[in-house]
Design a protein around this ligand. Structure first.
Ligand SMILES: [Zn+2]
Length: 363
């Protein structure tokens, strides 16, 4: 089977492929319909399929498109897992829940954020309480999201960002940019001032499908950091947590990274998806991993996000520049090449198999 056939060119194609695959296997699918329409006028939804018994004590979730445009990767993993029979020999007590396109709006519109301009993976915290402050972002906000995107404005902004990296180190710059911020609703990596549609949907899906579970595994597929085609397995637990120890045990010590000790290509983050899962399944153990597949150098990836932020705030999506920016953000999160897809699929299949085998060892 050619792994490239599992992947799609648009959200609409990905959704159709997922639903057709589920139908061919007789899986029941829940449709959580999104209030907005997609880029082609299509309906947007988070589609959820469950493989295995309703009362399973062990439930593995796989999730795509937390960061919209990154959904090409996770959708391919989900379609490929079903089509290649990855779940055909599940233990009796186990179910797999496939959460397809948790942020369908961002997937369709080639954005990392939700329709509220919120980064879903920074949105899970108690709103109404004081928010974490990202001082680096405050300092750099005009350079991160300049009002003008001319070559001159970009060069000047770039010089400001490079001076910051020079002074505090590249990871400090990455943290300022991507760690999450709660002060600038028009800006990048905004965590939101209320619970987004996608966060509510994720909590509802997790609560419902983990209701009977004693043990929950969760795989949240991402792209954009690390070497081309490589899948870094980022632990969603603090270093001392039993969840982290389980991941190391199941996936291998040399493969599991943690933002806690600087071994990850990701900066430490706030309001992340694992908080949603833990809140929705307090009765279960949770073991969660975020596979992060490399695409392009991090500077290019971050620049594509800055350009997209400018485009949606100040530009014209239908202009030549608008189309070029959209093509670039898509390329930066989805290389759309056969070698990349083959590498990714090998890693997603292997990770899912190991998570299933690991979960099965728990009583
Ligand atoms: Zn991501």
């Amino acid at each position: 089977m050619n792994p490239s056939s599992f992947y799609s060119g648009t959200y609409a194609e990905a959704r159709a492929k997922f639903l057709e695959t589920c139908a061919a296997q007789g899986l029941r699918v829940e449709h959580h319909i999104h209030p907005k329409r997609g880029r082609e006028g299509e309906e947007l939804a988070t589609d959820v399929a469950r493989f295995g018994p309703e009362n399973a004590s062990h439930v593995l979730f796989t999730q795509s498109a937390t960061h919209g445009v990154e959904g090409f990767c996770g959708s391919g993993a989900q379609v490929g897992a079903l089509q290649s029979g990855l779940y055909d020999d599940l233990p009796d007590s186990m179910a797999v829940v496939l959460v397809h396109a948790i942020n369908p709006y961002g997937f369709s519109w080639l954005r990392r954020v939700t329709h509220e301009n919120v980064d879903l993976n920074r949105n899970h915290l108690e709103h109404g309480q004081p928010y974490p402050v990202n001082e680096g972002y405050e300092q750099l906000k005009d350079a991160i999201c300049p009002v003008s995107w001319t070559p001159e404005a970009r060069a000047s902004a770039r010089a400001t960002l490079e001076a910051y990296a020079e002074a505090y180190g590249p990871m400090a710059l990455q943290g300022a940019l991507s760690g999450g911020q709660y002060s600038h609703p028009e800006g990048l990596f905004f965590g939101g001032h209320q619970t987004t549609w996608s966060a509510k949907t994720m909590a509802a899906v997790a609560g419902k499908h983990a209701a009977s579970a004693r043990h929950v595994g969760w795989i949240d597929y991402h792209t954009g950091l690390g070497p081309y085609g490589y899948g870094e397995l980022i632990s969603d637990h603090l270093l001392g947590d039993p969840g982290h120890a389980r991941l190391v045990d199941w996936l291998g010590e040399s493969d599991v990274t943690n933002t806690d000790d600087g071994s990850s290509t990701s900066a430490p983050l706030t309001g992340v998806n694992s908080l949603c899962v833990a809140g929705a399944a307090p009765h279960a153990t949770v073991t969660m991993v975020t596979p992060e597949f490399g695409t392009s150098p991090v500077d290019e990836v971050l620049d594509s996000l800055r350009a997209d932020c400018w485009l949606h705030n100040h530009g014209d999506l239908d202009s030549y520049q608008g189309r070029a920016i959209k093509a670039e953000i898509r390329r930066c999160f989805y290389p759309d090449a056969d070698d990349w897809k083959a590498m990714v699929f090998e890693r997603t299949s292997d990770t899912e198999r190991k998570m299933i085998a690991g979960l099965a060892t728990l009583d």
